[in-house]
Ligand binder design. Sequence first.
Ligand code: ADP
Length: 233
Amino acid sequence: MANEPIISLRGVTKTYGSGATAFQALKGVDLDVAEGDFVAVMGPSGSGKSTAMNILGCLDVPTSGSFRFKGLPVESLDRDQRALLRRRYLGFVFQGFNLLARTDALENVELPLLYRGEDKATRRSKAMATLERVGLRDWWDHTPAELSGGQQQRVAIARALVTNPDVLLADEPTGNLDSATSAEIMALMTELHREGITILMVTHEADIAAYAQTVVHFLDGLVERVDANGVSA
Ligand code: ADP
């Protein structure tokens, strides 16, 4: 079905711990994300953003409720099947870049392809093409220490993109960057969105969220509000 959301959460709860120390981090989240949307996830600290992103990233499972990805009920998959789904369809970008320190940009970007068992020549050509896509063609043989913060984040974005994912999940991708560099990274994200990738991005900053098409506000374990182009929906 063409109009089916790529991501659909219904009544999703997540409880950490059990008994007297149990804590319900998500209290019944309903959320649809359309294919090709650019979503900013906002909300105060402790409102459940990371818990929701971990579920959307197939790194964790809900305590109850349903999560459909491309119509597939993710809760019915076992751990290995979820890992396959993650590797095939999702790309991750983190605040701290998480690059291998003594490894050059090209090999950092090749890594997800190595896990997939692709041969060296294919890895090289795909990684090089992806570095070019993020504007780092001439920096392929530099290690993270030889790159600026913005360049390191571009390498991390290239590493997330090299497997050609349908969805990019980004956790405060500009959290460590100054405002000029943040704007460059957001220009790149906007370009990727225009090319068709679905983006979900956690941010605390309203000016970063302004780059998105849709803003999802979490509050106290629930989706409080969804704004489209600045209009409450
Ligand atoms: P946010 O990302 O919006 O800051 P989180 O999803 O990280 O919120 O956390 C929501 C709530 O769940 C917080 O009160 C946090 O302390 C709690 N929490 C998160 N992870 C765990 C965990 N592994 N064990 C127990 N409580 C947790």
